[in-house]
Design a protein around this ligand. Structure first.
Ligand code: DAT
Ligand code: MG
Length: 137
């Protein structure tokens, strides 16, 4: 079993899509081992996305991630990291395959509905950024 870190981003939460996304998470066989609703500050969003701090879209990205409430989750499954990336689809919703969350709920490359860790090292950092061990059951 592997764990990954996922976010229902502010666009999807504000649009009322959290329920459908959670339903999909269950139907695809993930176990939710941690979940909370947060309203990130700009500084917290910058810390989370520090790896992208040199990118031209960093300001836009961290403004967006601190623009409203989101839902952060720890998901467990076999090969959870790649399984969740597959369910999300491509970063740009315009390129995402039919049936993926970003295809269904994303509206632009910046506002793409969901986040998922891309490797075991980033999953460990991201899970630890938002959850302590006692919160993961
Ligand atoms: P992913 O979220 O698929 O792992 P990423 O790590 O490359 O993608 O980028 C993180 C987020 O930054 C992404 O979900 C949306 C935003 N982003 C990426 N490329 C962008 C771009 N060219 N313009 C605006 N936002 C972008
Ligand atoms: Mg990424």
């Amino acid at each position: 079993m592997e764990r990954t870190f996922a976010i229902i981003k502010p666009d999807a939460f504000a649009a009322g899509h959290a329920g459908q996304i959670l339903s999909r998470i269950y139907s695809e066989g993930f176990k939710i081992v941690g979940l909370k609703k947060l309203y990130l500050s700009k500084v917290e969003a910058e810390g989370f996305y520090a790896v992208h701090s040199a990118r031209p879209f960093f300001g836009e990205l961290t403004d967006f991630m601190s623009s409203g409430p989101c839902v952060v989750m720890a998901l467990e499954a076999e090969n959870a990291i790649s399984k969740w990336r597959d369910l999300m689809g491509a970063t740009n919703p315009a390129d995402a395959a039919e049936g993926t969350l970003r295809k269904e709920f994303g509206t632009s490359i910046g506002e793409n509905a969901t986040h998922g860790s891309d490797a075991p090292e980033t999953a460990a950092f991201e899970l630890g950024y938002f959850f302590n061990g006692l919160e993961l059951l």
